[in-house]
Ligand binder design. Structure first.
Ligand SMILES: Nc1ncnc2c1ncn2[C@@H]1O[C@H](COP(=O)(O)OP(=O)(O)OP(=O)(O)O)[C@@H](O)[C@H]1O
Length: 246
């Protein structure tokens, strides 16, 4: 697959087996820079496994992953520095404060103390939690914890943000607020986002959309184009057609 200069993330020929079972098969995707791209798939489609490979939690068994042209296998440090991640499972220490959790992350990225303090203050302020910085994580609501995780993921100023089911378990208002916030980062900062979800109502017509089903990519392109190519009356119908035929 050709790698366009404008691609933030490309994955080519990536397959992954766990315990003899193929979880991902010949994945080929291109995530355009500066856009909000949706990775749409039902539970068990393979979204988290794909994120685990892109973030190097799992070593790739085949294929190539590039982040802004940098090969993840050959230059892991440089490629990973360009990425921020919000995992599906909560990954904050509940007994530490928001500030302490972020400080820990800053240290992992080798940020000098003064820079870390400024960045932590700026990102907590951006998500509206600057005054709550010294509260223990366990005292925050689910939506607030997600906002802290987004602040943490942005601390080292990545160019690509990966979000794995970032709105799962949240009420409708919190879901909408998180989604609007992350879409705003794309619009205002030119951030690239890859947003994994099983929720079709989180997709907008113009979003580059990648449909993953049982470990295979069924379609990718703007959601509106996928719908019209299939003659469907909406993304729900297009998704059903594709997955039923697979
Ligand atoms: N460590 C593992 N051992 C065995 N099977 C696994 C493992 N990790 C993932 N799988 C299987 O791989 C498939 C894809 O799982 P994955 O978590 O990547 O999907 P997902 O799209 O993220 O779904 P969800 O949104 O429910 O987390 C599932 O069938 C899952 O059971």
């Amino acid at each position: 697959m050709p790698t366009a200069e404008t691609d933030a993330l490309t994955v080519a020929g990536l397959s992954h087996r766990i315990g003899g079972r193929e979880i991902l098969s010949e994945i080929e995707i291109a995530v355009p820079a500066g856009r909000f791209t949706v990775l749409l798939g039902q539970n068990g489609a393979g979204k988290t496994t794909l994120f685990s490979l892109v973030t190097r939690l799992y070593g790739a068994q085949s294929g190539a992953i590039r982040v802004f042209g940098r090969d993840l296998g050959a230059e892991p440090g440089r490629a990973l520095a360009l990425m921020g991640v919000v995992f599906q499972q909560r990954a904050l220490d509940p007994d530490l404060s928001a500030r302490q959790n972020l400080r820990y992350h800053a240290a992992l990225h080798g940020m000098p103390g003064r820079v870390a303090r400024q960045r932590i203050a700026a990102e907590l302020d951006r998500v509206g939690l600057a005054k709550e910085a010294d509260r223990k994580i366990r005292s925050f609501s689910g939506g607030e914890m997600r906002r802290i995780e987004i602040a943490r993921a942005l601390l080292h100023e990545p160019r690509l943000l990966l979000c794995d089911e970032a709105t799962v378990g949240l009420d409708i208002r919190s879901r909408a607020a998180i989604l609007a916030d992350v879409r705003g980062l794309v619009r205002d900062r030119g951030l690239t986002v890859l947003w994994a979800t099983h929720l079709i109502d989180e997709v907008e017509a113009g979003d580059p959309t990648i449909i993953l089903h049982r470990g295979r990519i069924l379609r990718q392109g703007p959601a509106a184009a996928i719908i019209s190519d299939l003659g469907a009356d909406g993304l729900q119908g297009a998704f059903r057609q594709l997955t039923e035929a697979a």
